[in-house]
Ligand binder design. Structure first.
Ligand code: SF4
Length: 290
């Protein structure tokens, strides 16, 4: 069985930088808190936990003081910064520059939109950390739509300005744009494609990769938005694509009569994990107990 790891998969620069900042701090101090999992990947969270990085929830954060907390690449709403300042919490802000720029654009739009009663809309996943950070720029006023079914909550007599979560898919955004334009003929509608190119640029490569194999193992954390989107892309070109998060989810029976396996993943999947999946398959192939 031929086994190949996709060279284009692995962490994006936003995640690489957040991990670098965490490790840099942990070299001088044995303890650092991270607000939410640093990356949607259990093995990486566990690796960093052993070095001293403790994941805390938002509820826990709001009970803390006099400590140091890392903000991951997804970004956070303004109340996190305010609370930190009032409670002597040093923040190591690893918000990805792409997300930071989007937060600033949304804040500016929100502030200038009062003049003509513009509705600010975010195309994204409700409750996702990045989306919460974006909605926070608008004091909670932005409407979050996950798809066409959510458009009912909009007032089509008022101007609309829409931004997308950085990890949404282009196709979904195009559908939504068409639908919005069909429904609004009398008011201005501004659509901002703010999808991160680190994700979008992987699509052609991952399609070409996935189509070459009898079976594809797509490795990603279950909470990763871009993982879900890239998995759907792989499945669309190769229906024999399996989604896994951990080695123990691999079923050796999948590989009967399979001559080639491709291994790829999300922007939050470590290259190391993809390599481990490849070695695991080699062991399965050689009949070792795994
Ligand atoms: S996917 Fe893009 S926006 Fe998100 S962390 Fe990576 S580089 Fe930043």
């Amino acid at each position: 069985m031929k086994i190949e790891v996709d060279k284009g998969s692995g962490f994006c620069f936003g995640v690489v930088e957040a991990i670098r900042r965490a490790e840099e701090w942990l070299e001088q101090d044995k303890q650092l808190f991270c607000l939410g999992d640093i990356v949607h990947n259990n093995s990486e969270v566990e690796r960093l936990r052993k070095k001293g990085l403790t994941t805390i929830s938002h509820e826990q954060f709001f009970t803390m003081s006099n400590t140091t907390v890392l903000l991951r690449a997804h970004g956070e709403p303004p109340e996190i910064y305010k609370y930190a300042q009032a409670n002597n919490i040093k923040l190591i802000d690893a918000t990805c520059p792409v997300v930071l720029k989007l937060q600033k654009r949304i804040l500016k739009s929100y502030e200038s939109g009062f003049k003509d009663n513009t509705q600010l809309v975010i195309y994204g996943k409700k409750g996702h950390a990045e989306v919460n950070g974006l909605v926070g720029q608008t004091k909670g006023d932005a409407l979050v739509v996950e798809g066409i079914e959510d458009l009912e909550q909009l007032d089509f007599t008022r101007p609309i300005v829409l931004y997308s979560q950085t990890t949404k898919g282009l196709e979904g955004l195009h559908h939504l744009t068409e639908e919005l334009k069909n429904r609004t003929t009398k008011v201005p509608v501004k659509i901002h494609d703010t999808i991160c190119r680190q994700v979008v640029n992987r699509i052609p490569g991952i399609k070409k990769f996935a189509v070459r194999f009898d079976l594809v193992l797509f490795v990603s954390g279950k909470k990763s938005s871009n993982g879900k989107m890239l998995f759907d892309i792989c499945s669309s070109v190769n229906p024999n694509t399996k989604f896994i998060s951990e080695l123990n989810e691999i079923d050796p029976n999948w590989f009967q009569n399979i001559a080639s396996v491709g291994i790829c993943g999300a922007t939050s999947t470590p290259k190391q994990l993809l390599e481990e999946v490849a070695s695991h398959l080699t062991q399965i192939q050689s009949g070792q107990n795994v």
